[in-house]
Structure formats: structure tokens, C-alpha cells
Ligand binder design. Sequence first.
Ligand code: ADP
Ligand code: MG
Length: 353
Amino acid sequence: MSEGSIRELDPKTVERIAAGEVVERPASVVKELVENSLDADASRVEVAVQRGGKDGIRVTDDGIGMSEDEVRRAVEKHTTSKIRDIEDLESGVATLGFRGEALHAIGAVSRLTIKTRPRGGDTGTELRVEGGDVAEVKPAGCPEGTTIEVEDLFYNVPARRKYLKQDGTEFAHVNDVVTSYALANPDVRVSLTHDDRETFATTGQGDLQSTVMSVYGREVAKGMVEVDPDESDENDSNLPDGPLESVSGLVSHPETTRASNDYVTTYVNGRYVRSGTVRDAIVDAYGNQLAPDRYPFAVFFLELPADTVDVNVHPRKMEVRFADSDGVREQVQTAVEEALLREGIVRSSAPRG
Ligand code: ADP
Ligand code: MG
């Protein structure tokens, strides 16, 4: 390169840089694929990864599937069946994905194979993408639904490949993602396998409690306390006034804790988020019942008006900002305290400060 020259990047390079905005690591691929399966009305989603997802990621669903035409379009840039224009977006889309860039981006930085058959259709299609180019499309015998395989993530972006962490670390991120969707969708059978060993599988017939049992095990699930101030009184909600319209979920017995706060799982208006506000409120509700630096298990669903919360929808972030975070904190803490009081786990509400 001659010094000081400004050059145009070749399109392939531009594409891979853009792909890196969407695809950061194996867990981000898994997130996009699982969201697509749920959007496709699946009642079963199987996730299998090899070496933390670095060597292989496979997601199989029994959703609506795609015709040959649809799958060809699905891997193109900015193609989506989910919105047509910006008005659709602003009217509030029900689906999880709506940018129409995930499959295209994943295909640009991996070897991607899609096998799919539409519901009620009699033929299936297999489509292979390598480094962003469609390498092959052929008829394939496959069940209804879709299987997507992503091999050798970042094989053509060595700088990104190098930044991937050890298998165990990458797998921990994958596990977080799959767990969060499993807990939020008790009516979907979700399973996760790592290097051919099953990590968990939910039944899909579920209430939240049995899903928690499938994911975290019986020991954790059995002592869990239900938080549901809306249900505690026939006519009147016990939820104090504040920004939240509803709060519900499960929290663990104070003796069932972990040293990490990774097991406090929060959903805001159906979307999985990490929230320090909610986590602190839950922890404070236990008062002195929690040992120092220990965290409970919790699965928490909050609903509030969309204009009082900013959920950053960037694929790599799961951050949430409440317009009135003190109000949210107060309501969550009170709801958890009341549930723990009801079970006789705490004696009186912890002083708030
Ligand atoms: P988006 O989800 O934002 O629409 P994607 O790139 O993730 O964009 O997917 C593109 C399109 O491919 C989707 O709109 C959908 O029509 C189709 N698609 C992707 N995954 C599946 C799947 N598992 N089952 C059925 N259709 C799918
Ligand atoms: Mg998508």
C-alpha cells in the first residue's frame, strides 16, 4: 500500500466487517438461529455445538420451514419475511428478529448449510453457503422444519477466530443464551448438547417450574418460591404503584444460591435482558437471609409500557434502561419480599434505603 492513499475496500472485506457487527462469537450465532426457530412457530428446538460452537453449531426445529425459493432469498442481504417497511417496525413487531441480516452475516463468515422443508410440502431443499457465496442448492430428503449448520466460524476472518476464548468459555455463553430462551418458552421443547453430551432438555409441556427443573435440576427447582402479586388476591393486585404493570416469576430458597449472579434471569416485555436494577432489588428482598456474595436463582418477567423502557435491541447487547429505575426497583423488591414473607422465609420486610 502506498502511504497516505485512501482506497476502497473490496466488497468481500466490507461484508465480513459488517458481519462481525452481528456475529461476535458462537453464542451470537446460536441466539440468531434460536430466535429464527421460535419465530417460525417451532414447538421443538434442538441446539448442538462442538467445541464451544467454534467447530460446529447445529440448530434443528420443527417450524414452518422454507421452500426452495424462500431459502434462496433468506441468505441474501437484508431479506426478511418479518417486516416490509419502517412502519411495520414502529407498529411493534411480534417477531424476535427483524433486521433480515443474521443469515446473510453468518454465511459470510462460516460454512453454512440449511436443510429445510415447508410444513405440508413434499420436497426439501439443501442450500450451502461458503464465505458468503451460495455454493450449492439441491433437493434434499428432510423432515418438515429447518436444520441449520454453521461450521468453522470465522475460518475466513483469522483475526476474529483468534479472539475466540477457550471452548468452555464459549460454551458458557451458548448455555446462557439457550437457557434464557428455554426459560422464556416453557411450551417449546428446547435441548442443548455440547460435544455430544446433553446439557439439558426441557419437556415443552411446561409450566415455568418444571422448565426450571429441566434446566437447573431438581435441587434448585424444588425450593423455589412463586412471585405473583397479581394472583395473590382475587380482585386486587398487591403490586404497589409504579412503572411496572406486572411482575411474576420464581426465586430460589435462600439456601440455594451461587457465587455468581448469572442465575438471575430477567425478561422485560418478553425480551431477555441483564439488569442490575432488577438483580439488586431481588437480592435486597432477601435481607440478611442471603450469605454475603451469594446470589439466588431467579427467573423474572416484567411488563411495563414500551415508552418507559429502553431495551437496546442491538444483537450484541441486552441492556435495558428504565425511565424510573427507582420505581422498578421498589416494586420488584416489594413483590419478592411479599412472596418470601408468605412462605415464612423472611420475617418482616427488610428496611429499605
Ligand atoms: P430476520 O430474522 O431478521 O428476518 P434472518 O436473516 O435471521 O432475518 O432470516 C431471514 C429469513 O429467513 C427470515 O425472515 C425467515 O423468513 C427465514 N428463516 C430463517 N430461519 C428460519 C427457520 N428456522 N424457519 C423458517 N424460516 C426461517
Ligand atoms: Mg433472524
